[in-house]
Ligand binder design. Structure first.
Ligand code: CO
Length: 385
Protein backbone atom coordinates (compact mmCIF):
# COMPACT_ATOMS: atom_id res chain seq x y z
CA UNK A 1 0.00 0.00 0.00
CA UNK A 2 1.33 3.43 -0.88
CA UNK A 3 0.31 6.77 0.51
CA UNK A 4 -0.32 9.84 -1.61
CA UNK A 5 2.09 12.70 -1.10
CA UNK A 6 -0.70 14.85 0.32
CA UNK A 7 -1.24 12.55 3.30
CA UNK A 8 1.88 13.72 5.08
CA UNK A 9 1.37 17.42 4.45
CA UNK A 10 1.05 19.27 7.72
CA UNK A 11 -2.03 21.43 8.14
CA UNK A 12 -2.39 24.77 9.82
CA UNK A 13 -3.06 24.24 13.46
CA UNK A 14 -3.55 26.41 16.52
CA UNK A 15 -1.44 24.07 18.67
CA UNK A 16 2.31 24.76 18.68
CA UNK A 17 4.19 22.20 16.62
CA UNK A 18 7.21 20.63 18.25
CA UNK A 19 9.92 18.53 16.63
CA UNK A 20 10.94 15.07 17.81
CA UNK A 21 14.55 13.88 17.70
CA UNK A 22 13.95 12.26 14.32
CA UNK A 23 12.66 15.59 13.01
CA UNK A 24 9.00 14.55 12.56
CA UNK A 25 6.43 17.17 13.40
CA UNK A 26 4.57 16.36 16.60
CA UNK A 27 1.81 18.12 18.49
CA UNK A 28 2.40 18.67 22.18
CA UNK A 29 -1.33 18.31 22.83
CA UNK A 30 -3.65 16.69 20.29
CA UNK A 31 -6.26 18.47 18.25
CA UNK A 32 -8.87 17.04 15.90
CA UNK A 33 -8.66 17.28 12.13
CA UNK A 34 -9.49 20.76 10.82
CA UNK A 35 -11.94 19.00 8.48
CA UNK A 36 -14.14 18.12 11.49
CA UNK A 37 -16.62 20.77 12.52
CA UNK A 38 -19.04 19.78 15.34
CA UNK A 39 -19.02 22.34 18.13
CA UNK A 40 -21.18 23.09 21.11
CA UNK A 41 -24.00 25.60 20.88
CA UNK A 42 -23.29 28.20 23.53
CA UNK A 43 -25.96 30.17 25.32
CA UNK A 44 -24.70 32.92 27.58
CA UNK A 45 -27.06 34.75 29.84
CA UNK A 46 -25.93 38.27 29.13
CA UNK A 47 -27.92 39.70 32.02
CA UNK A 48 -25.69 37.77 34.40
CA UNK A 49 -22.14 37.29 33.05
CA UNK A 50 -20.46 33.95 33.67
CA UNK A 51 -23.71 32.02 33.64
CA UNK A 52 -25.03 30.00 30.78
CA UNK A 53 -24.62 26.68 29.03
CA UNK A 54 -23.12 24.82 26.10
CA UNK A 55 -24.61 21.71 24.53
CA UNK A 56 -23.24 18.43 23.16
CA UNK A 57 -23.85 18.06 19.38
CA UNK A 58 -25.40 14.58 19.60
CA UNK A 59 -26.42 14.39 15.93
CA UNK A 60 -22.73 14.25 15.00
CA UNK A 61 -21.45 12.00 17.80
CA UNK A 62 -20.60 8.28 17.59
CA UNK A 63 -20.75 5.55 20.22
CA UNK A 64 -21.43 6.33 23.86
CA UNK A 65 -18.54 8.46 25.14
CA UNK A 66 -18.68 12.25 24.89
CA UNK A 67 -15.25 13.81 24.24
CA UNK A 68 -14.32 16.12 27.13
CA UNK A 69 -14.12 19.07 24.70
CA UNK A 70 -17.76 18.50 23.72
CA UNK A 71 -19.17 17.68 27.17
CA UNK A 72 -22.04 20.01 28.02
CA UNK A 73 -21.41 22.88 30.41
CA UNK A 74 -23.71 24.72 32.75
CA UNK A 75 -22.27 27.47 34.91
CA UNK A 76 -23.92 29.64 37.52
CA UNK A 77 -21.08 32.07 38.27
CA UNK A 78 -18.34 31.45 35.76
CA UNK A 79 -15.40 29.02 35.67
CA UNK A 80 -12.78 29.56 38.37
CA UNK A 81 -9.10 28.99 37.63
CA UNK A 82 -7.82 26.79 40.46
CA UNK A 83 -4.25 25.68 41.13
CA UNK A 84 -4.56 22.07 42.35
CA UNK A 85 -1.51 22.58 44.59
CA UNK A 86 -3.50 25.20 46.50
CA UNK A 87 -6.90 23.47 46.39
CA UNK A 88 -8.24 21.99 49.63
CA UNK A 89 -11.33 20.03 50.59
CA UNK A 90 -12.71 20.81 54.07
CA UNK A 91 -14.96 18.16 55.66
CA UNK A 92 -16.72 19.38 58.78
CA UNK A 93 -20.02 19.72 60.66
CA UNK A 94 -21.50 16.64 62.34
CA UNK A 95 -18.25 14.65 62.24
CA UNK A 96 -15.93 13.24 64.92
CA UNK A 97 -12.84 14.81 63.39
CA UNK A 98 -13.02 17.69 60.89
CA UNK A 99 -10.29 17.30 58.26
CA UNK A 100 -8.78 19.22 55.37
CA UNK A 101 -7.56 17.22 52.37
CA UNK A 102 -5.13 18.39 49.73
CA UNK A 103 -5.42 17.05 46.17
CA UNK A 104 -2.32 14.92 46.80
CA UNK A 105 -4.04 13.35 49.79
CA UNK A 106 -7.26 12.75 47.85
CA UNK A 107 -5.28 10.98 45.12
CA UNK A 108 -3.70 8.62 47.67
CA UNK A 109 -7.05 6.87 48.21
CA UNK A 110 -7.73 3.78 46.06
CA UNK A 111 -8.98 5.07 42.71
CA UNK A 112 -11.32 3.60 40.15
CA UNK A 113 -12.98 4.61 36.90
CA UNK A 114 -16.64 4.34 35.93
CA UNK A 115 -18.63 5.46 32.89
CA UNK A 116 -21.65 7.55 33.85
CA UNK A 117 -24.00 9.89 32.06
CA UNK A 118 -24.50 13.39 33.40
CA UNK A 119 -27.67 15.30 32.56
CA UNK A 120 -28.76 18.77 33.60
CA UNK A 121 -32.11 18.75 35.44
CA UNK A 122 -33.16 21.43 32.97
CA UNK A 123 -32.27 19.52 29.79
CA UNK A 124 -35.15 19.96 27.29
CA UNK A 125 -36.88 22.42 29.61
CA UNK A 126 -38.54 24.12 26.62
CA UNK A 127 -40.06 20.89 25.28
CA UNK A 128 -42.50 20.71 28.18
CA UNK A 129 -44.06 24.07 27.41
CA UNK A 130 -44.10 23.47 23.66
CA UNK A 131 -41.05 25.68 23.00
CA UNK A 132 -39.53 22.87 20.93
CA UNK A 133 -36.02 23.23 19.57
CA UNK A 134 -35.06 22.63 15.93
CA UNK A 135 -32.32 20.04 16.53
CA UNK A 136 -31.26 17.36 19.01
CA UNK A 137 -28.32 19.43 20.24
CA UNK A 138 -30.59 22.23 21.40
CA UNK A 139 -33.36 19.93 22.63
CA UNK A 140 -31.23 17.26 24.37
CA UNK A 141 -27.64 18.60 24.48
CA UNK A 142 -27.43 19.10 28.25
CA UNK A 143 -26.62 15.37 28.45
CA UNK A 144 -23.17 13.82 28.10
CA UNK A 145 -21.50 10.54 29.07
CA UNK A 146 -17.87 10.10 30.02
CA UNK A 147 -15.50 7.92 31.99
CA UNK A 148 -14.82 9.46 35.39
CA UNK A 149 -11.89 8.63 37.66
CA UNK A 150 -11.76 9.35 41.35
CA UNK A 151 -12.28 7.96 44.82
CA UNK A 152 -15.27 6.68 46.75
CA UNK A 153 -16.61 9.44 48.99
CA UNK A 154 -17.54 6.81 51.58
CA UNK A 155 -13.87 5.77 51.71
CA UNK A 156 -12.69 9.36 52.27
CA UNK A 157 -15.26 9.81 55.07
CA UNK A 158 -13.99 6.82 57.06
CA UNK A 159 -11.27 8.90 58.71
CA UNK A 160 -13.66 11.76 59.45
CA UNK A 161 -16.31 9.77 61.28
CA UNK A 162 -19.68 11.15 60.22
CA UNK A 163 -22.01 11.23 63.25
CA UNK A 164 -25.27 9.24 63.23
CA UNK A 165 -27.32 12.50 63.49
CA UNK A 166 -26.02 13.63 60.12
CA UNK A 167 -28.77 13.22 57.56
CA UNK A 168 -27.49 15.57 54.85
CA UNK A 169 -24.20 16.56 53.27
CA UNK A 170 -23.98 20.14 52.02
CA UNK A 171 -21.50 20.29 49.14
CA UNK A 172 -20.12 23.69 48.17
CA UNK A 173 -18.09 24.70 45.13
CA UNK A 174 -15.20 27.18 45.00
CA UNK A 175 -16.81 29.17 42.17
CA UNK A 176 -17.57 32.85 42.71
CA UNK A 177 -21.18 32.13 43.70
CA UNK A 178 -20.23 29.28 46.08
CA UNK A 179 -22.87 27.07 44.45
CA UNK A 180 -24.12 24.60 47.06
CA UNK A 181 -26.47 21.61 47.16
CA UNK A 182 -27.73 19.38 49.98
CA UNK A 183 -27.32 15.66 49.39
CA UNK A 184 -29.09 12.95 51.45
CA UNK A 185 -26.76 10.63 53.40
CA UNK A 186 -28.15 7.55 51.61
CA UNK A 187 -26.58 8.72 48.34
CA UNK A 188 -23.36 9.84 50.06
CA UNK A 189 -22.89 6.33 51.48
CA UNK A 190 -24.04 4.58 48.31
CA UNK A 191 -22.13 5.44 45.12
CA UNK A 192 -21.03 9.09 45.47
CA UNK A 193 -17.55 9.85 44.14
CA UNK A 194 -15.00 12.62 44.32
CA UNK A 195 -13.59 12.72 40.79
CA UNK A 196 -10.46 14.34 39.39
CA UNK A 197 -10.21 12.46 36.09
CA UNK A 198 -12.36 12.43 32.96
CA UNK A 199 -11.76 10.38 29.82
CA UNK A 200 -8.26 9.47 30.95
CA UNK A 201 -6.95 12.95 31.78
CA UNK A 202 -7.58 15.59 34.41
CA UNK A 203 -11.05 17.15 34.57
CA UNK A 204 -11.50 20.17 32.35
CA UNK A 205 -11.83 23.46 34.27
CA UNK A 206 -15.44 23.68 33.02
CA UNK A 207 -16.14 20.28 34.59
CA UNK A 208 -14.87 21.21 38.03
CA UNK A 209 -11.06 21.03 37.91
CA UNK A 210 -9.44 19.92 40.11
CA UNK A 211 -12.23 18.11 42.01
CA UNK A 212 -15.96 17.57 41.60
CA UNK A 213 -18.65 15.62 43.37
CA UNK A 214 -20.18 12.93 41.17
CA UNK A 215 -23.59 11.48 42.01
CA UNK A 216 -24.34 8.80 39.39
CA UNK A 217 -27.80 9.14 37.83
CA UNK A 218 -28.64 12.38 39.66
CA UNK A 219 -29.38 15.77 38.11
CA UNK A 220 -26.25 17.60 36.97
CA UNK A 221 -26.56 20.57 39.31
CA UNK A 222 -26.18 18.35 42.41
CA UNK A 223 -22.80 17.12 41.08
CA UNK A 224 -21.04 20.12 42.60
CA UNK A 225 -17.98 21.29 40.65
CA UNK A 226 -14.75 22.74 42.11
CA UNK A 227 -15.89 21.15 45.40
CA UNK A 228 -14.02 22.58 48.38
CA UNK A 229 -16.35 22.01 51.34
CA UNK A 230 -18.52 19.16 52.57
CA UNK A 231 -20.54 19.97 55.66
CA UNK A 232 -22.55 17.30 57.47
CA UNK A 233 -25.81 18.44 59.03
CA UNK A 234 -29.15 17.17 60.34
CA UNK A 235 -31.08 19.34 57.87
CA UNK A 236 -30.61 20.54 54.29
CA UNK A 237 -29.18 24.01 53.60
CA UNK A 238 -32.15 25.10 51.45
CA UNK A 239 -29.68 26.83 49.16
CA UNK A 240 -30.81 29.00 46.23
CA UNK A 241 -30.24 26.23 43.68
CA UNK A 242 -32.47 23.81 45.59
CA UNK A 243 -35.31 26.20 46.40
CA UNK A 244 -35.58 28.97 43.79
CA UNK A 245 -34.26 26.61 41.06
CA UNK A 246 -34.24 22.86 40.36
CA UNK A 247 -37.59 22.39 42.09
CA UNK A 248 -40.62 20.97 40.33
CA UNK A 249 -43.84 22.95 40.45
CA UNK A 250 -46.70 20.46 40.10
CA UNK A 251 -50.11 21.01 38.56
CA UNK A 252 -51.62 21.51 42.06
CA UNK A 253 -49.35 24.54 42.49
CA UNK A 254 -47.15 22.79 45.07
CA UNK A 255 -43.43 22.52 44.43
CA UNK A 256 -41.42 19.38 45.00
CA UNK A 257 -37.85 19.93 46.14
CA UNK A 258 -34.91 17.51 46.25
CA UNK A 259 -35.97 15.61 43.13
CA UNK A 260 -32.62 14.24 42.13
CA UNK A 261 -33.00 11.13 39.97
CA UNK A 262 -33.04 11.53 36.19
CA UNK A 263 -35.63 9.04 34.94
CA UNK A 264 -35.50 6.88 31.83
CA UNK A 265 -35.22 8.65 28.51
CA UNK A 266 -34.22 8.08 24.90
CA UNK A 267 -33.89 10.14 21.73
CA UNK A 268 -33.11 9.46 18.08
CA UNK A 269 -29.94 11.38 17.24
CA UNK A 270 -29.80 10.38 13.52
CA UNK A 271 -31.81 11.22 11.55
CA UNK A 272 -32.81 14.22 13.65
CA UNK A 273 -33.80 17.86 13.33
CA UNK A 274 -32.09 19.95 10.62
CA UNK A 275 -30.68 16.85 8.90
CA UNK A 276 -31.73 15.70 5.44
CA UNK A 277 -31.98 12.08 4.26
CA UNK A 278 -32.45 10.34 0.91
CA UNK A 279 -34.78 7.39 0.19
CA UNK A 280 -33.46 3.89 0.75
CA UNK A 281 -31.58 2.30 3.64
CA UNK A 282 -31.24 4.53 6.66
CA UNK A 283 -29.88 3.45 10.01
CA UNK A 284 -31.85 5.05 12.82
CA UNK A 285 -29.63 5.49 15.87
CA UNK A 286 -29.79 7.26 19.18
CA UNK A 287 -29.17 7.20 22.90
CA UNK A 288 -31.07 5.91 25.94
CA UNK A 289 -30.27 6.38 29.63
CA UNK A 290 -31.81 6.11 33.08
CA UNK A 291 -30.82 7.26 36.56
CA UNK A 292 -32.39 4.10 37.94
CA UNK A 293 -29.90 1.56 36.62
CA UNK A 294 -29.80 -0.13 33.23
CA UNK A 295 -31.72 0.41 30.03
CA UNK A 296 -33.27 -2.95 29.11
CA UNK A 297 -35.15 -2.14 25.92
CA UNK A 298 -35.47 0.56 23.26
CA UNK A 299 -38.27 0.47 20.70
CA UNK A 300 -38.51 2.55 17.54
CA UNK A 301 -41.60 3.59 15.60
CA UNK A 302 -41.45 4.92 12.02
CA UNK A 303 -45.21 5.37 11.63
CA UNK A 304 -46.08 8.01 14.19
CA UNK A 305 -46.36 5.57 17.10
CA UNK A 306 -48.87 3.15 15.49
CA UNK A 307 -46.39 0.26 15.66
CA UNK A 308 -43.06 -0.33 17.41
CA UNK A 309 -40.09 -2.59 16.78
CA UNK A 310 -37.15 -3.49 19.01
CA UNK A 311 -33.92 -1.60 18.39
CA UNK A 312 -30.56 -3.34 18.88
CA UNK A 313 -28.70 -2.16 21.98
CA UNK A 314 -24.94 -1.92 21.70
CA UNK A 315 -23.28 -4.14 24.30
CA UNK A 316 -22.25 -3.78 27.01
CA UNK A 317 -25.15 -1.73 28.38
CA UNK A 318 -23.67 -0.12 31.49
CA UNK A 319 -25.78 1.01 34.45
CA UNK A 320 -26.18 4.81 34.74
CA UNK A 321 -24.46 5.34 31.38
CA UNK A 322 -25.94 6.06 27.96
CA UNK A 323 -26.81 3.08 25.76
CA UNK A 324 -26.44 3.37 21.98
CA UNK A 325 -29.31 1.85 19.98
CA UNK A 326 -29.64 1.10 16.28
CA UNK A 327 -32.64 0.28 14.11
CA UNK A 328 -32.41 -0.49 10.37
CA UNK A 329 -34.99 1.32 8.27
CA UNK A 330 -35.70 1.64 4.57
CA UNK A 331 -37.29 4.98 3.89
CA UNK A 332 -39.81 4.92 1.06
CA UNK A 333 -39.66 8.67 0.45
CA UNK A 334 -43.06 9.39 1.99
CA UNK A 335 -43.61 11.66 4.99
CA UNK A 336 -42.96 9.77 8.22
CA UNK A 337 -42.76 10.43 11.96
CA UNK A 338 -39.97 8.53 13.76
CA UNK A 339 -39.48 8.21 17.52
CA UNK A 340 -37.94 6.01 20.19
CA UNK A 341 -39.04 4.92 23.66
CA UNK A 342 -37.03 3.14 26.34
CA UNK A 343 -37.73 0.78 29.20
CA UNK A 344 -35.39 0.51 32.19
CA UNK A 345 -34.71 -2.30 34.64
CA UNK A 346 -37.37 -1.01 37.05
CA UNK A 347 -39.99 -1.49 34.30
CA UNK A 348 -40.32 2.28 33.73
CA UNK A 349 -41.56 2.98 30.19
CA UNK A 350 -40.74 6.40 28.70
CA UNK A 351 -44.00 8.41 28.44
CA UNK A 352 -45.38 10.39 25.53
CA UNK A 353 -45.52 14.17 25.87
CA UNK A 354 -49.28 14.04 26.59
CA UNK A 355 -48.88 11.31 29.22
CA UNK A 356 -46.17 13.33 30.93
CA UNK A 357 -48.24 16.52 30.98
CA UNK A 358 -51.29 14.58 32.26
CA UNK A 359 -49.22 13.27 35.17
CA UNK A 360 -47.20 16.35 36.05
CA UNK A 361 -48.89 19.36 34.53
CA UNK A 362 -46.84 21.93 32.65
CA UNK A 363 -45.75 24.32 35.39
CA UNK A 364 -42.18 23.03 35.53
CA UNK A 365 -39.85 21.84 32.79
CA UNK A 366 -37.24 20.13 34.98
CA UNK A 367 -36.78 16.39 34.52
CA UNK A 368 -38.61 16.44 31.18
CA UNK A 369 -38.18 12.95 29.70
CA UNK A 370 -40.97 12.40 27.18
CA UNK A 371 -40.69 10.65 23.81
CA UNK A 372 -39.30 12.96 21.08
CA UNK A 373 -40.88 12.48 17.63
CA UNK A 374 -39.10 13.79 14.50
CA UNK A 375 -40.93 14.44 11.25
CA UNK A 376 -39.29 13.33 7.98
CA UNK A 377 -40.86 15.32 5.14
CA UNK A 378 -41.17 14.02 1.57
CA UNK A 379 -38.11 16.08 0.58
CA UNK A 380 -36.06 14.25 3.25
CA UNK A 381 -35.75 17.17 5.63
CA UNK A 382 -36.14 16.36 9.34
CA UNK A 383 -37.86 18.74 11.76
CA UNK A 384 -39.36 18.66 15.23
CA UNK A 385 -43.02 17.64 15.35
CO1 CO B 1 -34.82 17.88 40.29
Amino acid sequence: MTFGAGVLTTVSCKQPLGKSESGAHMRAYGERSPFEGPVRVIRELTASPGTGSSRTPHAEMYGTITPSALHFERHHSGVPSIDPAAHQLLIHGLVDKPLVFTMTEIKRFPSFSRTYFLECGGNSIGEQSGNTQPDVQRSHGLLSCTEWTGVSLKEVLRGVGVKAEAKWMIAEGADAGRMARSIPMEKVLDDALLVYGQNGEALRPEQGYPLRLLLPGWEGNANVKWVHRLQFADAPAFSAKETAYYTDLGKDGKAQIFTFVMEGRSVITRPSGLQKIVPGFQEITGLAWTGKGRITRVEVSTDGGASWGDAVLQNPVLPLAVARFRFPWTWDGKEAVIQSRCTDETGFLQPTHDELIDARGSNSGYHYNAIKPWRVSADGSVTHV
